[in-house]
Design a protein around this ligand. Structure first.
Ligand SMILES: [Zn+2]
Length: 407
């Protein structure tokens, strides 16, 4: 952390303690607290605070009427968290997304298709705000079928697409089936978000090839803001102008070079709902390498490699669903799949149901799984359309393990 970041972090912590009842309760009275002495904050703490003090909890630094928006986390691993934004914080989100779009080479004259649902999650709205900031045109494609989206992309000659990586591949599939490949010909950048795929080399290569476009990654979280800027050499840069960044082990020590750890972020300028040292749950690899282009901000060449809350321990091995996805995508670039963790005869097992072309693909996938995970995975080919499809996160993970067994 630079001395400038340390100074800004200390001011941020002092502000949070002075104005947020939750932060005052966590940090107590007394001397100034440097950032590294602030106990890392978890989503669970914020959710518990909201359950005790509904609807928004006590982590507010302004009177309630000064909050102009509220978004909600997806709640896949518990009740959703509501995160309110002041007008100033919402402008901050817009500036963060604007840095992301500029890093992706998107600006005035671009027409950007936003293929997300238009709901309580922040992603869609923040993207609209960011495009307004850089002077590009937003094509809001919420609440549309894939076919309707393709028609809109074709009619407006969209120059960029922002979506989850799995949806980008699915949309290209629909275009092929419907004879609308030409609809995607004007797209020169696919900006991925919402899933790790945008930094997985096989997924990235497949999207770049399918679209004849650059494939870039972006990451953000409702709780902390848009922190990951796309890198043309792959992966992400942490936006260190706006965030203090740490990568830590399970017991919150700094990780060694080349090791995996959890990303802990402090958004230094977002004051309405302060989250000093927020444990994002995003797993990244720590490297001191700089990217070949010399971009600003700490480089994460592999992007987000998994979620701490996704990680499953199977027979003593740490298994991330994104590692399984990477192996699947080597063999089945667009097929839907479902991962089930279950217990059989007292041992934890992995079942992978996947849309596959043929028996050769099945054998290649079994080999890829064994090489990547070091574990045997039961692969079950399924017919196209047999698994529930999705506009958003196509990867499905089901955990049916019997508690207390198979560890
Ligand atoms: Zn870079």
């Amino acid at each position: 952390m630079t001395s400038d970041t340390a100074r800004r972090a200390a001011e941020f912590v002092a502000f949070a303690r002075a104005h947020s009842p939750l932060m005052r309760a966590r940090l107590g009275p007394g001397e100034a607290v440097p950032l590294h002495e602030v106990p890392p904050l978890t989503k669970r703490e914020l959710i518990e605070d909201q359950m005790l003090h509904p609807p928004l909890g006590t982590n507010l630094t302004r009177p309630p009427h000064l909050y102009v928006r509220v978004h909600q986390t997806s709640g896949t691993t518990g009740p959703p968290l509501k995160v309110p934004e002041t007008a100033a914080d919402w402008r901050w989100w817009g500036r963060g997304l604007a840095r992301c779009f500029r890093a992706a080479g998107i600006g005035p004259g671009d027409r950007v298709a936003l293929a997300f649902s238009f709901g309580p999650h922040v992603q869609f709205w923040a993207a609209v705000e960011g495009l307004r900031s850089v002077g590009a045109m937003a094509l809001p494609l919420g609440g549309m079928t894939s076919l309707q989206r393709l028609q809109m992309i074709a009619a407006l000659e969209a120059t960029a697409l922002m979506s989850t990586p799995s949806y980008a591949l699915r949309l290209a599939d629909v275009a092929r089936r419907e004879g609308l490949e030409a609809a995607l010909a004007t797209v020169r950048v696919v900006l991925c978000t919402g899933e790790p795929g945008g930094s997985l080399p096989t997924v990235r290569a497949r999207i770049a090839e399918t679209y004849g476009a650059a494939c870039l990654d972006h990451a953000g979280l409702t709780e902390v803001g848009p922190f990951g800027l796309p890198c043309s050499h792959g992966g992400l840069h942490v936006d260190e102008d706006a965030f203090a960044c740490e990568i830590v082990t399970e017991d919150l020590q700094p990780v060694a070079e080349g090791e995996q750890g959890e990303l802990v972020l402090t958004p230094l300028e977002r004051l309405g709902f302060p989250v000093p040292r927020y444990r994002t749950g995003d797993i990244v690899v720590a490297t001191s390498e700089t990217c070949p282009a010399g971009h600003r901000g700490r480089w994460l060449p592999g992007g987000i490699v998994g979620r701490a809350d996704d990680m499953v321990v199977i027979r003593g091995m740490n298994v991330y669903p994104s590692a399984i996805e990477e192996a699947v995508r080597q063999v089945s670039p667009t097929g839907a799949f479902r991962i089930t963790f279950y217990t059989e005869a007292g041992l934890d097992q992995i079942k992978l149901e996947v849309e596959l072309g043929d028996a050769v693909a099945l054998r290649r996938l079994q080999e890829a799984m064994r090489a990547r995970l070091g574990l045997r995975v039961r692969v079950v080919p399924v017919a196209p359309g047999a698994l529930p499809g999705s506009d958003g996160k196509a990867r499905l993970v089901v955990d049916e393990r019997v508690r207390g067994e198979g560890r």
